[in-house]
Ligand binder design. Structure first.
Ligand SMILES: Cc1cc2nc3c(=O)[nH]c(=O)nc-3n(C[C@H](O)[C@H](O)[C@H](O)COP(=O)(O)OP(=O)(O)OC[C@H]3O[C@@H](n4cnc5c(N)ncnc54)[C@H](O)[C@@H]3O)c2cc1C
Length: 209
């Protein structure tokens, strides 16, 4: 954002209508009021769970996300598993304006892998044992450039933290999209060579027992 002359205000609440921004201090108390002129604005409201599950006691947290155990399974409703954005993950750190924990594609694939293995175990009369790594490998496209990162696991403390930026990321994302859609259409979610390459890089979906 600095490179594109975009200014930011941290820890802010935005009121309806005009862009009156209320900046908070570390304790969540009012620090400064801003009135920001803008031609184009984008606001990301706090995430919440869908109405269908919101407020179901023991199934969701106060924000409507499904609570899970180490095997992606809800403790009160054992036939319910949750994967992806709908699952409850505690915030990484306390912030004056409450924030959620980011979830990305590969991390979610790891949740899905663990869930699929665990449902199979249940069908075979065994206990679920698989735990997702929540590892993250991400190509973030910015249009003409991009950022790629590997975060193992995504939620700190991390064992691996690697980031790279450049036009090549944009091209890599275009190539990856074609590759990803092709393998999904062919019903091959994880071809053998992909698994071997990722394993060689130390990026796996399931935690070692
Ligand atoms: C702008 C943006 C850029 C991103 N870029 C990246 C990236 O570069 N790399 C990366 O790894 N991740 C990226 N992510 C994150 C990633 O896209 C998400 O984490 C991922 O798509 C979440 O998958 P999900 O299946 O949990 O949820 P979703 O993909 O949101 O799927 C949920 C589905 O449920 C449906 N739904 C909602 N309510 C109901 C209902 N009541 N009944 C039935 N269906 C319902 C929705 O229509 C939707 O299809 C990005 C996210 C955003 C928003």
């Amino acid at each position: 954002m600095r490179e594109r002359h975009i200014r930011w205000i941290r820890n802010a609440k935005v009121e309806d209508g005009v862009m009156h921004v209320l900046e908070l201090d570390e304790d969540g108390k009012e620090k400064k009021r801003h009135e920001v002129a803008f031609k184009y604005s984008m606001m990301l409201p706090a995430f919440k769970g869908i109405d269908a599950v919101f407020g179901i006691e023991w199934l969701t947290n106060p924000r409507g996300f499904i609570t899970i155990d180490a095997h992606q399974r809800n403790k009160a409703f054992p036939s319910v598993f949750a994967v992806g954005v709908c699952e409850a993950i505690p915030p990484v750190q306390a912030t004056p304006v409450p924030t959620g924990t980011p979830k990305t594609g590969y991390m979610i694939e790891s949740m899905v892998s663990a869930t699929a293995h665990n449902i199979r175990s249940l069908l075979e009369g065994k206990d679920p044992t698989e735990t997702a790594t929540w590892n993250a490998v991400c190509l973030a496209d910015f249009g003409d450039t991009g950022i790629t990162f590997v975060a193992l696991p995504q939620i700190p403390p991390r064992n691996v933290n690697w980031i790279s930026e450049g036009k090549w990321v944009h091209l890599a994302k275009v190539a990856f999209e074609k590759y990803f859609l092709r393998k999904m259409r062919a019903g091959m979610t994880e071809p053998v060579f992909e698994r071997l390459v990722m394993k060689a890089l130390g990026i796996t979906k399931l935690k070692k027992p």
